[in-house]
Write a protein that binds this ligand. Sequence first.
Ligand code: GLA
Length: 400
Amino acid sequence: MKPARLAAETFRSLHGRAPQGVWSAPGRVNLIGEHTDYNDGYVLPFALPHRIAAAAAPRTDQLLTIATLGSDGRVQRAAPVEIAALRPGSPGGWAAYPSGVAWVLREEGIGGGGADLVLAGDVPTGAGLSSSAALECAVALALLGLAGHSDTTDDPPGGTSGDARRAEIARWAQRAENEFVGVPTGALDQAASMRCTAGHVLFLDVRSGATEQVPFDTARTGLWVLVIDTRAKHSHSESGYGDRRRGTERAAELLGVRALRDVAPPGLGAALDRLPGELRPLVRHVVSENARVVEVAEHLRAGRVAEIGPLLDASHTSLRDDYRVSAPELDLAVDLARTAGALGARMTGGGFGGSAIALVHEADRPAVEAAVIAGFERERLARPRLFTAVPSAGAGRDRW
Ligand code: GLA
């Protein structure tokens, strides 16, 4: 059943009435541009068909109630909280993500009324596919919708009036994660969830916020993006994400630039000479990765999809050897996919576990999938979850 319908039906059975509306937001795959977002650089994500839906109705008592339907069919309910009592860190746990969004909207002077929220979805969690951002964006749209701000939710991404608003909502959702949950992630995930459109990758210049919808019609080209969820759990709060981020910020400071985005590839060698040894590989990754995003976007604009393969490979090598955020399971998935005929493969998302992607010809897909599954079995690792990802729609209101 679709997440929107599931959320609506669960809402009805928990609350004995229909929700006022259902809003949902997608997870994402980042085609390329990893760890560039908090360096003011470029990213190139697309939205997954997998979504998280929030069924919602207002309450008159200023309380926020949140329930979530797990993939095992069980409902988990958070203790009701007063919107006025929300503060960073409280509540913690899974309820922090939706509560953080309610907190940001309260701080912004929008919404702030009580609400019943019921969440359901099929974005794999802990897989580096941005289930947290999907949840935050769905909740933001739901709370805004209840507060009568249906402008955004009814206006699709890519349109002129809605897009600035969508960018703003993405920033609010990111702020919920940074300040309320306390995870120092960049702008990529929420921007992807709010601003991607079906059949396109989103070229986003994180510094200016400017976007371009670049056509990426996988079915038409006969090439597929195969997602390999390695099931090696990834978590930003426990990973070296914050260390890497601080390293790049320190490097920018030492180089006297606002962000590493300002180091152009021709000046890379000279910049590296001015840095302590431990920061050099981080800078090399960010500067070269930004250049790769630009190159991939150029190929896609010209319809040369197969030619992005080597750039995906180079991105993985750089993330593995220079940025050091890969994991043995990710390296294995990438190697197996390439050996079995993928045109290119890389880890996607923050790393330290999670998912890899591989670009494969339709005809090679069964062989690549079989090779990956067999290879994981040989290493006695958990069976990876594989699916092809079609660039799908951004967040919005659902009819269910
Ligand atoms: C995670 C973060 C993003 C981004 C990526 C790495 O997904 O949430 O902001 O930094 O890692 O590209």
